[in-house]
Ligand binder design. Sequence first.
Ligand SMILES: Cc1ncc(COP(=O)(O)O)c(C=O)c1O
Length: 367
Amino acid sequence: MTIRPQPRPGVLDIQAYVPGKSSAPGVAKIFKLSSNETPLGPSPKAIAAYKSVAGHLEGYPDGAATKLREAIGRAFGLDPARIVCGAGSDDLLNLLARAYLADGDEAIHTTHGFLVYPIATLGAGAKPVVAAEKNHTADVDAILSAVTERTRIVFLANPNNPTGTYLPIKEVERLQAAMPSEVLLVLDAAYAEYVEKNDYAAGAELVSCCENVVMLRTFSKIHGLASLRLGWAYAPPAVVAALNRVRGPFNVNAAALAAGRAAIADKGHMAAAAAHNSHWLPWVSERIDGIGLEAIPSVGNFVLVRFPGDRCSAAADAYLSARGFILRAVGAYGLPDCLRLTIGTEAANRGVIEALAAFMKDFGHGR
Ligand SMILES: Cc1ncc(COP(=O)(O)O)c(C=O)c1O
């Protein structure tokens, strides 16, 4: 037998992340509703800033992301010294795992938590521990009872992807208050800008007052810059110091830095994207319920749709794809009877609801 180099324990246990589909063979007009991207695209100012970088590709970017951190600091009223930028929040999730998890440690995430959490955990040689959800929603008591002496990180997506549910900030505070102070609470607020609930907060205040809380944000969703890979962490100084040691020295490229600065300054574009979502999220959710399917109540820019069984959701996936509507199958999240639907343009939203209604009529007759 040939002896080969072996990856560290845990790496081969990772189920590689499978992104949402983006094409359907033989279908001319596609509505991609599988990756929670914004139907409005990025701010025109961000596109212009991106293009302006093209003449200077020979130079390294500013490895400290100084101007972008200052722009984020201004926009959110935060200290730029406590901000670390990454190549998407995925980068920051992996860096946190690398910095805070060692072999045999444990990191908690909830049943239907974002899949990058177990991937980052296993990649760091640690063990993912699943805390049960209640009604597709994170449950603080279940998370607390999953904490052991080996726990080093709790990953909490708030709102969660793919369920779209959220925890009120009071519940997050209750979680933090009851957690051991040496366990890091990672509040992943990728969809924060879409949430319109008075009892929600992304967690910046908690970061400001607690040594063991980090908030993650992304430019991939409401800012429409997913292809550039840009996210940021707001963290206590000790966590910033750790992240700055393990991150790549130029982990964010110059185009992302420039586009991100322009995007965060364009409040009008963000407001338009949020307004589009506030109109269409309830419209889509109500119609899904009206068709006789279950829309899990969502505060994000997507809805988890529950079908009567795995066969039905697989058939719906095929039926919709053949008509150009690409949704996200979420079997890998333990939700084989569901599909996740991103809020799209008006044409996409109306079209997908019409197609879903037609499918349910056909499927109902065909059963
Ligand atoms: C909850 C959550 N966190 C993080 C991310 C990753 O975002 P990014 O594109 O910034 O890596 C996503 C993207 O789908 C997400 O849903």
